[in-house]
Design a protein around this ligand. Sequence first.
Ligand SMILES: [Zn+2]
Length: 309
Amino acid sequence: MTTLLVSHPSSLEHDTGPGHPERADRILVLERTFESEIFQMLHRELAPALDYAALLRVHPADYVERIKAAAPAAGLIDIAEDVVMSPGTWEAISHSIGGTVAAVDEVMRGKVNNAFVAMRPPGHHAEIARPMGFCFFNLAAIAARQAQAVHGAERVAIVDFDVHHGNGTQQIFWSDPSVLYASTHQMPLYPGTGGAGECGAHDTIVNAPLPAGAGSKIFREAMATKIFPRVDAFAPDLIVISAGFDAHRFDPIGGLHLEVADFTWATARLMEIAERRAHGRIVSILEGGYDLIALARCASAHVQTLMGA
Ligand SMILES: [Zn+2]
């Protein structure tokens, strides 16, 4: 197995201010984690800058320009609730999108088996023309569209195990039968969407809400009975993972009680489906995860699993 790790130092320059959970330290701990000897076989790439064509397949040009123009020359600015921009934010956004696109390109061309995009800001709350919940642009959606538009993928499945529902991803693909969006998340919790009855216009949205306090057993049961069979039956050409690790029991924002082993388990099951349906192709994109130790351990286990270690 060859696993690609995509990163860029600009992820550290998106400054969200003191006390903000979605902070540069998240990437610093991942950088340190992936320096370990167990990761020496990773194929590493520096994320290129923004691919506008890929971005504009998901978000309209006026929204892109509005966000770009909002970046301050100095200091911090709130552009939406919990969405902060600093002078380095646009550069971080640019490479997070460029890195996502590069990961899809490498996986779809068969240069690597799978990829992990370890960058920020995250993306799954970003709607078509609205920043939300630490997110500006929807990386998982950009990945799915890149696979379809450039690499001829007919169907893409996006599996989201972040503790929060990916309202943005759901909105973007609500009426699109070519993309399956399947999510486990705590409910009730921000952003409030993701009820089991929200199925999309073509029954290609699959929501498995979990109650606060749910742990391994309930999570694995939901994945095994509600998510995996649907992903498998969809027969995707690529699986995109919205890999948030804030469902871990240590997370200060989420109220689920997952263990590191649950992320390993879910990753391994998705790899089995990908092997069967998608030539093993997986592009995993970092979303949330706000306890630094838990984030490092979960991401480490996730990537080791992707490596087949
Ligand atoms: Zn989250």
